[in-house]
Structure formats: structure tokens, C-alpha cells
Design a protein around this ligand. Structure first.
Ligand code: NDP
Ligand code: HSE
Length: 431
């Protein structure tokens, strides 16, 4: 079958949308060769239609009315890169009900509504592809759906957010403060329109929901995932982590455990010499354990316009090639397991505590007694930064593995001790 061209409607001409538009314009010959027909940008939706101020976009047909894209008979594939849950969700539904294939980079929409959207696309015999939604340009959705299909996946340990990994790297290696690092991540186009989703861990939780759903064939909703961001971390935590031989990363963890699954996102101490500890800046890494493939690590730049556009255009190319050759492989979400989520209070790991205490004898004895009464055993303790005038000191404690519920209870009791001024931070220790 030969066609005149395959039409694309682009929703959003921001950081990622501009990169997608540039590829479609600048690499049109290469793409046409791979597809067998030209892939042509027919219409672009933007809130502000004058946004196409770059000279290279002067020829684009801009609109601020979604119907002009979703009902355009020349549009075969709608690419959604406006971000956020609404109205992106409604726009994707509208595209599908008008018979358009969809490509999206929107992890929030896929994590919350992926199952319904994929089912609806399948009913309409349409494709919905979302490779850029996790890890940006790192191939993950396809490998999880296809290349690892024969495996029983037992664990995922991952760094899934480029913005926070960039911030943590700049804070720990360059001594930057948090807000300088965040501003730079925004300038570089890594952060979400609302960076709170990055900082508070929600962006990583959306991505973990998508990956663990694919890995464990069970539905994992973002609200099932325990989620803690990086805003509680202070410069001293990085110093102490280093002294103990650890790096601090925002980790996304998914584990199969005795018929349940553990899914959580939080900052963690990880050994300095581990693979994930060496993943710096905007890079992401996803370590997966499969029963057949063994230990795999996927790594690359996890945010950035051209990385996301690389995955988006590849998704569009797959669909365009199918249209061109009269094929239509609609990837299915196979949910044949119903694995309950393990409550956070039941997880078991090691912990780091940083406390401000009175600098006098018996303080450590009192704290150790509370921890011991809660079956928490100390593996290391150091006293730092004594303030002679205030007669206070900073106490840093590392524990052996303990249950989260015991730790939370013990910390409440420790806070009640007259010799403890403040429990300043606690961080889980992995690996
Ligand atoms: P931007 O905020 O830079 O771009 C979004 C664009 O869409 C803006 O131009 C915005 O206009 C426009 N827009 C938003 N809402 C509407 C609407 N209702 N109608 C019309 N236009 C609208 O975001 P990004 O390009 O960074 O991200 C886009 C998507 O890609 C998100 O889902 C993000 O999570 C995902 N992604 C981003 C990556 C990155 O590194 N940036 C990497 C991988 C995925 P206005 O400015 O007026 O709001
Ligand atoms: N804000 C996201 C991040 C973009 O920093 O990882 C890529 O999904």
C-alpha cells in the first residue's frame, strides 16, 4: 500500500514539543525513507498560537482549538506533549474517539489512566504508545513489554527523575544550594511545568507505577506507592553519608515479595561503589532483575528535550510504518495478576538517623534503650558538631535491618526524651 503522507497533530509546542517539531521538519527525508511515506506535521495546538516564534516554525499551522487537530482528516497520529492530567486526558480520549493513533510522553496520564486509555485504543483498533513517559529517551516500555516478556521480574531499583538526580548531584558534588540547583534544572528544560511533582517524588512514582505494572502484570496505581521527596535533605546528610561510604539518591523501588509487591519512592543511602550511586546529573538508571535475563541496567539521560523527542518520534515512526504497510500491532497491557501492595509499615530495611541532642553523659544510653526496646539494633554511631556554648551535639546513628513500623514508633519515643532536642532526619539505607 502506498500513501501520500502520514499526518501528525502535535499538542504542545513547549520544551519537548519544539524538539519533536524540529525532528519532523529537519529529518523528514530520513523518516520518510524508514516509513515508506513522508511523516508530515499537519497541525499544532498551543494555548498561545503566536508561540511559534522560531523562524523554523513559521510555516506550522497553529491552532488553539483541540477539535481542529482531533477531527482533521489529514491527521493520523496525535502527539500529546502538553503535560499534566487535565486537559491532556480529555484530549487523548478525544483523539482516540476520532480514530487517531496517539503518542504521549505524559507519565501522569498513563500512570493514572493508562489501563482505560489502552483498552479504549484497542477497542478502536488504534495504537497508544508512551515510550518517552519513563526514562525519556532510554528504551524501557518496549523492553519491558517485549524483550523481557519471558522473565519473572523480581526487583526494580531505579533513579527515575532527572531533575532531582541533577539537584542531588549538584548539592553533593558542587556544594550548590537546593534552589540554585532547581533553577538550573528548570532552565535546562528538565523539570515539569510544576516542579513540585519532581521534588516531592510524584514524577518518579508515576514512572514506577508504569514500570511495575508492566513488570509484575498487576495494576499499580500511583496512590499505592509510598512517596517521599528530597526537600528534607540537608548538606550535613550528604557529608555524613560520604563518611559512612554512601551516596544519597532518590530511589524508586519495586520488589516482588511472597505474593505481595513493595513499591516505594524515597531518598536512600546507597553504597558509594554501587552502580546506581555512580549515576549523576540528569542521568537515570533502571536496574532490573529477571529470572532469565539476570541483572540488567538501562541507563541514559532521563530528561531533556531531544531525549524525549527521540522516543516520541520513534513511537510515531512505528505507527506510521504500520499505517503505511497496512499492519496494526496494538500492544496490550497484560494484567493477569492481582498482587496486593505491601503496607509501608511492614517493609524492612536499614536506617540512618540524625539527631540534635544534649551534649552530656547517658544520652546515647537512653536513645539505645528506646531503640533496643523496639528491636532496633545500632550498627554505627558517631557524635558530630558539638556546640560547647549550647551544650548540644549532633548524633548520627546507623541501624541494622528493622521494620518500618518499629522505627516510626521508636522515633516518636526518642522525640519524647528530655535529652533529645530534635530528630532532624531519618533516611532509609538500601543495598
Ligand atoms: P512544557 O511546559 O515545556 O510544554 C508544554 C506546552 O504545552 C507549553 O507550551 C504549554 O503552553 C502548552 N500547553 C499546556 N497546556 C495546554 C493546553 N491546555 N492547550 C494548549 N497548549 C497547552 O512541558 P515539556 O515540554 O517539558 O513536557 C511535556 C510533556 O513531556 C510532559 O508530560 C512531561 O512530563 C513530558 N516529558 C518531559 C521531559 C522533559 O525533559 N521536559 C522528558 C520526558 C517527558 P504554556 O506555556 O502556555 O502553558
Ligand atoms: N521532569 C522529568 C524529570 C522529565 O526530571 O525526570 C522527564 O520525565
Amino acid at each position: 500500500m502506498s500513501r501520500r503522507d502520514i499526518g501528525v497533530g502535535l499538542l504542545g509546542l513547549g520544551t519537548v514539543g519544539s524538539a519533536v517539531a524540529k525532528i519532523l521538519l529537519n529529518k523528514s527525508n530520513k523518516l520518510a525513507e524508514q516509513i515508506g511515506a513522508p511523516l508530515v506535521l499537519k497541525k499544532v495546538l498551543e494555548r498561545d498560537v503566536n508561540k511559534a516564534r522560531l523562524d523554523c516554525f513559521a510555516s506550522l499551522a497553529m491552532t488553539d482549538r483541540i477539535e481542529e487537530v482531533t477531527t482533521d482528516p489529514e491527521v493520523d497520529i496525535v502527539i500529546e506533549v502538553i503535560g499534566g492530567e487535565h486537559p491532556a486526558l480529555e484530549y487523548i480520549k478525544q483523539a482516540i474517539s476520532n480514530g487517531k493513533h496517539v503518542v504521549t510522553a505524559n507519565k501522569e496520564v498513563i500512570a493514572k489512566h493508562g489501563y482505560e486509555l489502552l483498552s479504549s485504543a484497542k477497542e478502536h483498533n488504534l495504537q497508544l504508545r508512551y515510550e518517552a513517559s519513563v526514562g525519556s529517551g532510554i528504551p524501557l516500555i518496549s523492553p519491558f513489554q517485549q524483550d523481557l516478556a519471558a522473565n519473572d521480574i523480581s526487583t526494580i531499583y531505579a533513579i527515575l527523575n532527572g531533575t532531582t538526580n541533577y539537584i542531588l548531584t549538584q548539592m553533593s558534588q558542587e556544594g550548590w544550594d537546593f534552589s540554585t540547583a532547581l533553577k538550573q534544572a528548570q532552565k535546562l528544560g528538565y523539570a515539569e511545568a510544576n516542579p513540585a511533582n519532581d521534588i516531592e517524588g510524584m514524577d518518579a512514582a508515576y514512572k514506577l507505577a508504569i514500570l511495575s505494572t508492566l513488570a509484575f502484570h498487576t495494576r499499580v496505581d500511583p496512590q499505592d506507592i509510598y512517596c517521599e521527596g528530597i526537600s528534607r535533605l540537608q548538606a550535613s546528610d550528604f557529608r555524613y553519608a560520604k563518611e559512612f561510604g554512601y551516596a544519597i539518591k532518590l530511589l524508586a523501588i519495586a520488589k516482588r515479595d511472597n505474593g505481595t509487591i513493595e513499591v516505594r519512592v524515597h531518598p536512600a543511602f546507597i553504597p558509594e561503589d554501587s552502580q546506581l550511586a555512580k549515576v549523576d546529573g540528569v542521568y537515570n538508571a533502571i536496574q532490573v532483575e529477571g529470572d532469565l535475563a539476570g541483572d540488567l541496567v538501562f541507563s541514559g539521560q532521563g530528561a531533556g528535550a531531544s531525549q524525549a523527542a527521540s522516543a516520541i518520534v520513534a513511537d510515531a515512526l512505528i505507527i506510521a510504518r504500520d499505517i503505511c504497510h497496512g499492519a496494526n500491532y496494538v500492544p496490550e497491557l497484560q494484567l493477569n495478576q492481582e498482587l496486593p501492595i505491601k503496607p509501608m509499615r511492614d517493609i524492612k530495611t536499614r536506617y540512618y538517623f540524625r539527631m540534635n541532642v544534649a551534649d552530656r553523659p547517658s544520652v546515647l544510653t537512653q536513645i539505645s534503650r528506646v531503640l533496643g526496646d523496639n528491636s532496633i539494633s545500632i550498627s554505627a554511631v558517631i557524635q558530630k558538631e558539638s556546640d560547647l556554648a549550647a551544650q548540644t551535639a549532633v548524633l548520627v546513628i546507623m541501624t541494622h535491618p528493622a521494620e518500618e513500623k518499629a522505627v516510626q514508633k521508636a522515633l516518636e519515643e526518642v522525640k519524647q526524651l528530655a535529652v533529645v532536642n530534635e530528630v532532624s532526619n531519618f533516611i532509609r539505607v538500601e543495598g
